[in-house]
Design a protein around this ligand. Structure first.
Ligand code: SF4
Length: 344
């Protein structure tokens, strides 16, 4: 079991539900644009949002962003520890930085002290582009180089008695990502932020993330996830949810519908689409069957919590395989939705 850290009120690790993260593609000085994107991510089901804070000038807008949303916000910082200090003083809930590019040991010490005083956790995020020079030339695998770099930084934080750490060791290679997280999960008990970095354009990014993140979560490795997709970040949240649902780590309604055949005499596909809309945003495990005919429908879908099977002129609504109502095909949709809603 990993340790638990809190990003505002969202726990990461220690057996907590897997938190979904995403990142805005705005700059903090575009406060309105950033808030709009944060709220869209929240509405889509995101739990924690990261914003890039490129310089001290941009850091000045972080406080206003935090005041205007109730979402936990993480600042992504590189190169200048003063940006992190400014963000912490502005009320940021977590910072992500790589001690390797933040300057001297003294700077790191000062930053860690400030984070500790404000109860702000730190993610040590190493990826293929930020491997420490001293490991780059060693006869290590790519995964080991990532992990040894991350562990060096984590140990540095420990030297300053800082333990509110989250680790990530992402690669754009799915295999390296899986190997790296497997490796580091054996050597550290800090919560792990899992993702495949720079996964690329939409369709391939989803496949890479589903394989990489999915393989790790299936083995019990990973406490918070970020799907990385080029473009609108809301799609990252939806993809992350689908990964969690596919692994049974997030409750969700499941629609089972038959492929339809010559026995079906109503618009099955249209019916499924309408029910799908009703179930959007529902976070409950419920199995809903929509079958083409009464001949095979109720029997084939007898494990469904609720189902409907069309007929010639009439449709049968059933629960756990037992027909509970017979309605005219005309009223089938309305009646079915009424019954369905009573279970949600
Ligand atoms: S449930 Fe009925 S309509 Fe659907 S595939 Fe089976 S036999 Fe055909």
């Amino acid at each position: 079991m990993t340790r638990k850290v809190f990003v505002k009120d969202v726990p990461i690790g220690g057996g907590s539900p897997i938190a979904i993260q995403s990142m805005t593609i705005t700059v903090p000085s575009d406060v309105k644009g950033t808030i709009d994107q944060i709220e869209r991510l929240k509405a889509a089901g995101c739990h924690i949002v990261r914003i890039a804070v490129p310089d001290l000038e941009e850091a000045k807008f972080v406080g206003e962003i935090i005041r205007r949303t109730d979402m936990p916000i993480v600042a992504d910082i590189h190169f200048d520890y003063r940006i992190a200090i400014e963000c912490i003083k502005s009320g940021i809930h977590k910072i992500r930085f790589n001690p390797g590019n933040i300057g001297s040991r003294k700077n790191v010490e000062y930053l860690v002290k400030c984070a500790k005083e404000h109860g702000v956790p730190i993610r040590v995020g190493v990826n293929s582009g930020s491997i420490e020079k001293e490991f780059a030339d060693r006869p290590f695998t790519a995964a080991q180089k990532l992990c040894e770099s991350a562990l060096k930084h984590v140990r540095l934080l420990e030297e300053f008695s800082f333990y509110d750490t989250v680790i990530s060791v992402k690669s754009s290679s799915v295999i390296t990502t899986i190997e790296a997280y497997e490796y580091i999960s054996k050597l550290a008990d800090y919560p792990l932020h899992v993702g495949v970095t720079e996964a690329g354009p939409y369709e391939f990014a989803i496949v890479k993330s589903a394989i990489g993140i999915g393989a790790l979560l299936a083995k019990g490795i990973g406490d918070t996830i970020r799907v990385s997709i080029t473009g609108d970040p809301v799609r990252e949240v939806k993809a992350a949810q689908n990964i969690l649902k596919a692994l049974g780590k997030m409750p969700h309604p499941e629609i089972v519908s038959c492929p339809s055949c010559g026995r079906c005499n109503y618009d099955l596909e249209g019916f499924v689409g309408k029910v799908q809309k009703i179930l959007e945003g529902v976070d409950k495990d419920i199995k809903v069957a929509i079958m083409g005919c009464v001949v095979n429908g109720p029997g084939e879908a007898k494990d469904a919590d609720i189902g409907i099977a069309g007929g010639s002129g009439r449709a049968a609504i059933f629960k756990k395989g037992r027909v509970v109502k017979s309605v005219s095909q005309k009223q089938a949709l309305d009646e079915f939705i009424k019954e369905l809603k009573s279970l949600l």
